[in-house]
Design a protein around this ligand. Structure first.
Ligand SMILES: NC(=O)c1ccc[n+]([C@@H]2O[C@H](COP(=O)([O-])OP(=O)(O)OC[C@H]3O[C@@H](n4cnc5c(N)ncnc54)[C@H](OP(=O)(O)O)[C@@H]3O)[C@@H](O)[C@H]2O)c1
Length: 284
């Protein structure tokens, strides 16, 4: 059995990783939400991790409200950077390997091709900078792994699928940007992959997303289609036309290439429309 401790257990990824663990043999999952393990509290983090003595930590806890992060750099770094350092210090004291979940926001989005693991990060937002600091701390130990993902969705928490379905109930048309592209990633699939990686010894940086590249405009159409609604109700606009503008800049290109993951001989995650259909069925 691999003893795995999970941080951020009440979040999107945390909830679905717990669900996925029910179907993955060989994993003993110890799931902690913020109430039982606050990563900004070094003593609490150390005590919980020491008592659990895991061999692997899947560190999903983060402050993910990117626009709020933009206005509160101190809190963003306290959670995403210092909090991660607290997890790493506690992990080291029990000899646990850390899998840190990171983000497409570490890139500025100006590349024309998909981002590969060896591309140089250049975050444009406070959130991206704070997550990159967490990456750097994680990679200081060569046994650890950073898993970058993008456009995270699930049936829980707040995400674009739920926002789109809510807007569709009250608005005849919906307007979404068509100049930001990415790969929507569903936590049921990502969580299962992380549990597989917890039983391996990969190190460094790895990109893991569902397959399928879309703009937000196209994704909104896919969500409406999945809900049996008319995708023609979605109108495209450009990021410059958004009123009011979002506080945190978004990468225009958030597409992460799963090249390294594909090379492991593991199944790539499904086209995102498959888990999207499952999530929409759960929500409506
Ligand atoms: N959402 C995305 O689009 C996206 C994209 C790429 C990568 N990621 C990364 O993927 C991971 C999972 O994202 P997600 O969408 O599942 O996030 P999420 O739903 O916001 O979950 C994050 C969890 O972390 C918890 N948390 C916040 N501060 C904490 C603290 N001080 N101590 C312990 N837990 C704390 C939150 O608890 P509270 O709710 O109580 O605050 C929340 O349950 C994160 O590392 C994120 O950076 C997300």
């Amino acid at each position: 059995m691999t003893r795995v401790l999970l941080t951020g257990a009440a979040g999107q990824l945390g909830t679905d990783t717990q669900r996925a663990a029910e179907n993955v043999p060989g994993i003993e999952l110890l799931a902690h939400d913020r109430e039982s393990l606050d990563i900004t509290d070094a003593a609490n983090t150390n005590q919980v991790i020491a008592a659990a003595a895991p061999s692997v930590i899947i560190h999903g806890a983060a402050w993910t409200a990117v626009d709020h992060c933009e206005g509160d750099e101190a809190r963003s770094f306290a959670v995403n950077s210092t909090g991660t350092q607290n997890v790493l210090d506690a992990a080291k004291s029990v000899g646990a390997r850390v899998i840190y979940v990171s983000t497409d926001y570490v890139f500025d989005g100006t590349k024309s091709d998909p981002y590969v693991e060896s591309d140089t990060p250049n975050p444009a937002s406070v959130y991206g900078r704070s997550k990159l600091a967490g990456e750097a701390a994680t990679l200081a130990d060569p046994e650890n792994l950073v898993v970058r993902t993008s456009w995270v969705c699930s049936a829980h928490g707040s995400n674009m699928v739920k926002t789109i379905l809510r807007l569709a109930e009250s608005h005849p048309t919906l307007t979404f940007v068509d100049d930001q592209i990415g790969k929507p990633t569903f936590t049921a699939d990502l969580g299962a992959s992380l549990l597989t990686l917890a039983q391996r010894n990969d190190t460094g940086v790895m990109h893991i997303t569902n397959e399928g590249v879309v703009s937000w405009y196209e994704f909104c159409q896919d969500v409406l289609r999945a809900a049996g609604l008319d995708p023609e109700r979605v109108m495209p606009c450009s990021t410059d036309e958004l009123q009011p503008p979002r506080p945190a800049p978004r990468p225009a290109n958030s597409v992460l290439a799963n090249t390294r993951f594909a090379g492991l001989g593991l199944d790539l995650l499904r086209d995102f429309r498959a888990p999207l259909a499952e999530v929409v069925a759960e929500l409506i």
